[in-house]
Write a protein that binds this ligand. Structure first.
Ligand code: SAH
Length: 467
């Protein structure tokens, strides 16, 4: 994945000062998802081009050795376009590698950082969901001259037509920090990859990097909506702040946001917390030391596990690379002592394929995961976990569908989440669990989590499997 920035400002090599990267050097930076390299393709008084190259490792996200098995053509589960295209990883790299330039500061050439200079950003492969029209809609109002070249799906099969990837050149006379901010926000918007989860801090990032241009951008609402992955609560918060950007009253704003967040978030959070606390208590009661959280998502349970000293080895597994990326960010591992850092790892993997990396744990947790799998896939997971990995303890939580009628905001007959393939009654979950226990030699007990309604039971049900 490559981004190049070219200037013809004279002396062009001043780009090195603006970026804090010497034109004679090639530098590499460790990222959570791989490596970023910065080097100059050309550096003379008339023209200077710097390249930011990302070397993304899609499978082994975090520290730890490559142990992934490539069995029975399962690679397609792991192969994706992320290493090759400009995506939110590029934004992360820009924010880290060109941090000072992005903030618009430059000790050596302060006036130059404030000056609009001729700049060209080239992206050899930019995913544009929404096509060229949308690409232009995003960049042209900001003053860029946009050149594009559509890339074929497969060069060997021209009949298949074009992909949604474009080779893109953006030219403008602009401050470098503005250009970097535009790329930071708009590349993920164009990519529009299915992030699994976007947190509140994304609103801050959007507002910070969108300062001075986003509130007046004609496509502002679309940008905000896509950047925040159509999470309406977050979009509303962002809209509110964007609208008031010109006339801010921080106290009033904060109070309004706090209220709104509380109203919307409080209930689910308290159930979620109860769920996680119950899981932690159960693991501790059983003297678990090595635990693997399957379908860890953005790492809420991992964060709590890390706080406890009794867990010596913690692993989070998820099929979603983006979820792991968020987990990695939110765990702030860099702030932990080295010994703690060494106790946790994140792995990308699908739970429906036998995987030796899952062997050797005292316990496995599946927190609100099974309902995300199609039933025929769930059958594979059962074997992967209970027949092959065989941890002594398995904790499975899942919604109790009977309780749904108690959620005022949930229309009748609707499941709790768009991605849920099913939700079970208590009898259905117990039936599934008992069959598994019998088949694979486990004992299973059930526990209610959340308010226990005499009629419909509790909102969450947990199965505690023991071998
Ligand atoms: N356990 C987390 C996340 C639950 S959401 C929590 O309680 O917050 C379900 C998670 O399961 C998602 O992160 C999703 O990416 C993951 N998932 C779904 N199918 C999967 C599969 N086949 N293999 C691994 N993870 C899967």
């Amino acid at each position: 994945m490559l981004l190049t920035l070219t200037t013809t400002y004279s002396p062009a090599t001043d780009l090195g000062y603006l970026l804090y990267k010497h034109p004679d050097r090639c530098q590499s930076f460790e990222m959570t998802f791989g490596q970023a390299h910065v080097f100059y393709v050309e550096a003379n008084v008339n023209k200077c081009t710097v390249a930011l190259l990302l070397d993304i490792d899609p499978v082994n996200l975090v520290r730890g050795k490559s142990k992934s098995r490539n069995q029975e053509g399962m690679m397609d589960q792991y192969v994706n376009d992320r290493p090759y295209v400009a995506s939110s990883f590029l934004s992360v790299a820009i924010a880290q590698v060109f941090r000072t330039a992005l903030s618009g500061q430059c000790k050596e050439r302060p006036e130059l950082a404030e000056t609009a200079i001729p700049l060209i950003a080239s992206l050899p492969v930019l995913p544009c969901r929404g096509g060229e029209t949308f690409l232009r809609e995003l960049f042209e109002p900001l003053g860029y001259q946009v050149s594009t070249q559509s890339l074929p799906l497969d060069e060997q099969f021209p009949d298949w037509g074009n992909s949604f990837y474009f080779k893109v050149k953006l030219e403008a006379v602009i401050r470098l920090s503005d250009l970097l901010s535009h790329l930071y926000v708009l590349i993920p918007v164009l990519d529009d990859d299915k992030h699994y989860w976007v947190g509140d801090e994304e609103v801050d990032k959007l507002l910070r990097h969108g300062e001075g241009w986003l509130s007046s951008h004609p496509a502002r609402d679309k940008i905000t909506n896509r950047y925040l992955k159509r999470q309406h609560r977050l979009t509303r918060l962002a809209f509110k702040q964007l609208t008031e950007e010109d006339n801010p009253d921080p106290d009033a704003l904060e109070a309004a946001n706090a209220l709104e967040e509380e109203e919307i978030v409080e209930k689910p959070i308290s159930l979620n917390q109860q769920r996680l606390e119950t899981v932690i208590t159960t693991l501790k009661e059983r003297g678990v030391k090595r635990v693997v959280d399957l379908g860890c998502g953005p790492g809420k349970l991992l964060r709590l596990l890390l706080k406890e000293n009794s867990f010596e080895h913690i692993t989070g597994v998820d099929v979603s690379y983006r979820a792991l990326e968020i987990a990695q960010e939110r765990l702030h591992l860099e702030r932990l002592p080295k010994s703690k850092q060494a106790s946790i790892q994140l792995m990308q993997g699908s739970l429906t394929y036998r995987d030796e990396r899952l062997y050797g744990y005292d316990a496995a947790t599946l927190i609100e995961v099974i309902e995300h799998l199609d039933l025929n896939r769930l059958a594979s997971l059962e074997r992967v976990l209970f027949e092959f990995a065989q941890p002594r303890t398995v904790l499975v939580t899942t919604p109790n569908i009977e309780y749904n009628i108690r959620f005022e905001n949930l229309p009748t007959g609707k499941l709790r989440h768009r991605d849920h393939r099913f939700e079970w009654t208590r009898a259905e979950f117990q039936d599934w669990s008992n069959k598994i226990a019998q088949r694979f030699g486990y004992d299973v007990k059930f526990q209610a989590i959340g308010f226990l309604d005499p009629e419909v039971g509790s909102p969450t049900q947990m199965g505690v499997f023991t071998r």
